[in-house]
Design a protein around this ligand. Sequence first.
Ligand code: FE
Ligand code: FE
Length: 333
Amino acid sequence: MATDRRFGAGIWHFATYVDRYATDGYGEPRSILDAIELAGRVRDLSVVDLNYPFFGGSFTDAQIEDALRRNALDVIGITPEIYTRTFAKGAFTNPDPGVRRRAHELVTEAAGVARRFGAEYVKLWPGQDGWDYPFQVDHRALWKASLDGVGALAAENPDLRFVIEYKPREPRVHMSFDSVARTLLGIERIGLPNVGILLDFGHSLFGGESPADAAQLAIDHGRLFGIDVNDNLRGWDDDMIAGSIHPIEIFEFFHTLERNAWDGVWQLDQFPFREDSVAAADAAIDFLKLVDTALGRLDVEALATAQAEHDSIRALRLAQSALYGSRWAPGQG
Ligand code: FE
Ligand code: FE
């Protein structure tokens, strides 16, 4: 395993959740300070992505900084909440110019917080930017508003990176930034160096992509600025424990990152509704370490030969013996 490997998590991993059924929540509400304390109990976590505004109370930056220091955590990203009730009809694409301005202001504030905490990026997850029904929107105007919103922020804050986390749907029935290809197309249109992609493995799976292929495409365009991992049943963004459902796909994903010498944080975006959140993070990171060890065992030369011939059986046997151990595929390594 690479010794400098850093693991991270969205701080919401340690919050408790409400959905449209358990409207009383899946546990006692927690503040961001409670969540930071829990994150500190995860064995190998070194960075967190923080929602902004800070949830569960009104806290100063100094209080947050204190809690982070106590728990030996750094900040990788700040996620402005541009997807809450105020933005139900969109943040950058809201029909009300006042609400669009509010989104711009909120992200600008988050940019200040990102500077203060030395974060690598401001994460844009425009979950409400999109549409629900046929004929609801003018598609040209909506896409232009999406790009103008991100472009203005990136232009005004050239010292910071902005990442767009794409996802096919939810909460909007169709999100504007829905896929790797469309998001890259938008980023190329914006044409600024400080806008990239945060590739969420689960969003890519759920969107019918191959996450390894999506990562390669983003890397080839110089736009893979961050990643999230989790797992799902491919029909929804279930945000389950990484590696629990699609171990071979996640192995191919990390192999692709490794091949390209992509050395960012391996970050969790999980929602353990019914699980102990510290145990869920530990379980995922233990699996990711296993993947990391398997990367070291993978016979990359033999794999390259197999891939040059599109030899699926040989390529899979090589991957499986690295991931599951040599007994999985005797004599085939
Ligand atoms: Fe995510
Ligand atoms: Fe998600």
